[in-house]
Design a protein around this ligand. Structure first.
Ligand SMILES: NC(=O)C1=CN([C@@H]2O[C@H](COP(=O)(O)OP(=O)(O)OC[C@H]3O[C@@H](n4cnc5c(N)ncnc54)[C@H](OP(=O)(O)O)[C@@H]3O)[C@@H](O)[C@H]2O)C=CC1
Ligand SMILES: O=C(O)C1=N[C@H](C(=O)O)C[C@H](O)C1
Length: 231
């Protein structure tokens, strides 16, 4: 198995450290300054810089940063014409499967079932709702065939939920690596699809799987679904 050499855009962050630890304990990976793949888990305002770095080096990039701003789609689409780009709000293999399940449930249950998404993360998390929660909302409406109408952070009166809306609730505290519940609430019944990240290492190992998938790939936009299908 060829070794994949990884450059970390933000080596000192929690995820940068977790990926370095995962690479150290997994055969076939090496951390290097001039790697085959660039991995960016940093902050939204760094996106332009990380994409430029990957384009200049002519190497694929994995973007794991969440809370990206309104320009992100365009910046990523432009870069993906020149290099391989994989954007994933959550690199765990479990969440990649959950996204599929949520899309299928949205399609099967249809617009009469209300959808609420609840997530919990550690006290240091900077963005809310989590990128994963938003991706789960997108998956649900993709299945349902309706646009995403998000109701965030309800507070006050006169807040009867709008028809077809998806509610997002964020809880913060302690060291929780990441919890997501997608609640489909119908008449007299609820279906709840959940994922529990028990350690940040699951995101790191998923990032390594994504890096192996990306190494040597032609320009284009890829997802964790592509990674899962390649395993
Ligand atoms: N896709 C996924 O599966 C996951 C995604 N994430 C996301 O990854 C991101 C990072 O999370 P986490 O590691 O916990 O955060 P941390 O705050 O621990 O790390 C962020 C790192 O980014 C660096 N950084 C911040 N701004 C810039 C900049 N403008 N240019 C270069 N480097 C910068 C920081 O450097 P310095 O220390 O010098 O400030 C720091 O090292 C978040 O958006 C988070 O939501 C997290 C876990 C899993
Ligand atoms: O900041 C985190 O920690 C995490 N962020 C990602 C997100 O916003 O969804 C993924 C994971 O849940 C951990």
């Amino acid at each position: 198995m060829a070794t994949v050499r990884i450059s970390l855009f933000a080596p000192n962050g929690r995820m940068g450290q977790a990926i370095a630890a995962a690479a150290a304990e997994t055969r076939g990976f090496e951390i290097a300054d001039d790697g085959d793949v660039l991995i960016d888990f940093s902050a939204p305002d760094a996106l332009g810089a990380s994409l430029s770095k990957a384009v200049e080096a002519g190497i694929p990039i994995l973007i794991g940063t969440t809370g990206l701003g309104p320009d992100a789609d365009r910046l990523i689409a432009d870069a993906s014409k020149k290099i391989a780009v994989l954007r994933a709000a959550n690199t765990s293999l479990g969440v990649a499967v959950l996204l599929d399940l949520v899309e299928r449930a949205g399609k099967a249950l249809g617009p009469d079932w209300d959808i609420e998404i609840v997530e919990m993360h550690h006290r240091m998390k900077a963005d809310a709702p989590s990128g994963t929660a938003l991706a789960l909302g997108e998956a649900a409406v993709k299945g349902r065939g309706t646009p995403l109408n998000a109701e965030r952070g309800r507070d006050g009166t006169g807040l009867k939920r709008q028809e077809g809306a998806i509610g997002f609730a964020s809880i913060r505290g302690g060291t929780v690596a990441g919890e997501h519940d997608v609640i489909f609430a119908g008449a007299d019944e609820r279906l709840i699809l959940s994922h529990r990240a028990e350690s940040r290492m699951i995101f790191a190992r998923g990032a390594l799987a994504a890096a192996r998938f990306l190494a040597g790939k032609p320009a284009g936009l890829y997802s964790m679904r592509d990674v899962i299908q390649s395993l």
